[in-house]
Design a protein around this ligand. Structure first.
Ligand code: AMP
Ligand code: GLY
Length: 427
């Protein structure tokens, strides 16, 4: 079968790597791809915002199945347009992608289905939002309603910060995404992510993960798209996963079907594990990045038939097998990220680093230029390792990194610290 994968990040490299070993695969094409993806797929420079061009490409190249990695094309309705053209696709419809595209949409679903989440108010003008915020008091969370590339959320420690965040939002800092906002109760606990496949009706749990969103060691510094991750998340015990399925995932999937927008694709739930149990922080309608990288390292089964079964509505006949051990990924980013950074520096030593046992290097922002791998993004590489313990996976990832010669990059030195502390306390 010929497969087109949409996207260009580390998540898509991990997906491409997993797909490339499928016996069902004849040809894998990735649009637009990156320097690492090019090692396992043909990369094409398609404008994925031009849905007509994607459909024409699929028809001309006899593409049987399209897998959409990032949220933007999903929220823009690429899955709907491909389906309408008779092309099979992995990824939710535009209507279902509102689970990530609109905070208010998800909050209303939670209310309808009695799903545990933070108490909230929804506002379209600053004065009303401020009055509610003053009444609730700090700490409090201010969120732009729409997609703001992960930058639309302020966890305000003081009332002043919260009021400033409201002004920022309505003054156009997040563009269209900020014309509405949600003010939320600040939840206290440990964060964890849970990934499931869903075919509109049936749900297949995948695995759990935790990421590090802050740029610097000790979880300090500015927020980023994620500087590293590991799977499984120790806080997500079997009992906690069962409870999250029962209280959060299954009612959500049921609620989406009842609303006439059945959810088909991967559902990424962000939880706060509070004293009162798991509460939903947010949904994403795609695999996490870099969480996908650790999930793919742990997946034993063939990914392609599971994604097909999701699209075909037959997930009840699918089983996936996982490695019991831990996978951990460390993000190498360009110095300056998440602020401004240079592009175009050459990265050496990737081959040696990738040859280490139990290690895979996924490329997040690279290109191949005159035979060299150059950095083209903020997050550039994901050095990913498996091990029997979080400590072992961490040691292997950092050992591989010592082979990488890239003075223009940096990484955190403590990915997995919380899980390692827990591991060492238990020992
Ligand atoms: P989101 O974009 O909704 O994932 O929010 C980004 C981050 O903000 C989350 O990963 C949490 O760390 C934090 N956050 C969001 N909502 C809340 C909340 N209600 N209480 C505490 N922290 C939150
Ligand atoms: N790592 C966070 C995300 O993919 O949204």
């Amino acid at each position: 079968m010929n497969v087109l994968l949409i996207g260009s990040g580390g998540r898509e490299h991990a997906l491409a790597w997993a797909l490339s070993s499928s016996p069902m695969l004849s040809r894998l094409v990735c649009a637009p791809g990156n320097g690492g993806i090019a090692q396992v797929a043909d990369c094409v420079a398609l404008d994925v915002a031009d849905h007509g061009a994607v459909i024409t490409y699929c028809t001309d190249e006899k593409i049987d199945f399209v897998i959409i990695g990032p949220e933007a094309p999903l929220v823009a309705g690429l899955a709907d347009d491909l389906n309408a053209a008779g092309i099979k696709v992995f990824g939710p419809s535009k209507a279902a992608a509102q689970l990530e595209g609109s905070k208010t949409f998800t909050k209303e679903l939670c209310v309808r289905k009695n799903i545990p989440t933070a108490a909230y108010g929804h506002f379209t003008d600053a004065e009303a939002a401020k009055a509610y915020t003053r009444k609730q008091g700090a700490p409090i969370v201010i969120k732009a309603d729409g997609l703001a590339a992960g930058k639309g959320v302020t966890v305000a420690e003081t009332l002043e910060q919260a009021l400033d965040a409201i002004d920022d939002c309505f003054s156009g800092k997040f563009g269209e995404a900020g014309t509405e906002l949600v003010v939320e109760e600040c939840l206290v606990g440990e964060e964890a992510s849970f990934f499931v496949l869903c075919d509109g009706k049936n749900v297949l749990p995948l695995a759990t993960a935790q990421d590090h969103k802050r740029a610097y060691d000790g979880d300090e510094g500015p927020n980023t798209g994620g500087m590293g991750a590991y799977s499984p998340a120790p806080v997500m015990s079997e009992a906690m996963c069962a409870r999250a399925m029962e209280d959060i995932i299954l009612p959500s999937v049921e609620g989406m079907a009842e609303a006439g927008m059945p959810y088909k694709g991967v559902l990424y739930a962000g939880f706060m594990i509070t004293e009162a149990g798991p509460k939903l922080i947010e949904y994403n309608v795609r695999f996490g990045d870099p969480e996908c990288q650790v999930l793919m390292m742990r997946l034993k089964s063939d990914l392609l038939p599971a994604l097909m079964a999701t699209a075909d509505g037959v997930l009840d006949r699918t089983n996936l097998r996982w490695h019991d051990d831990v996978a951990l990924t460390v993000v190498l980013a360009a110095k300056g990220y998440p602020g401004s950074y240079e592009k175009g520096s050459v990265i050496f030593g990737l081959e040696e680093a990738g040859n280490e046992e139990h290690v895979e290097i996924f490329h997040a922002g690279t290109a191949l230029k005159d035979g060299d791998i150059i950095a083209t993004g903020g997050r550039v590489l994901n050095v990913t390792a498996r091990g029997a313990t979080v400590r072992e996976a961490q040691d292997r990832a950092y050992a591989a990194i010592t082979n990488i010669d890239w003075p223009e990059g940096f990484c955190r030195s403590d990915i997995g610290w919380r899980a390692i502390e827990r591991e060492e306390q238990a020992a």
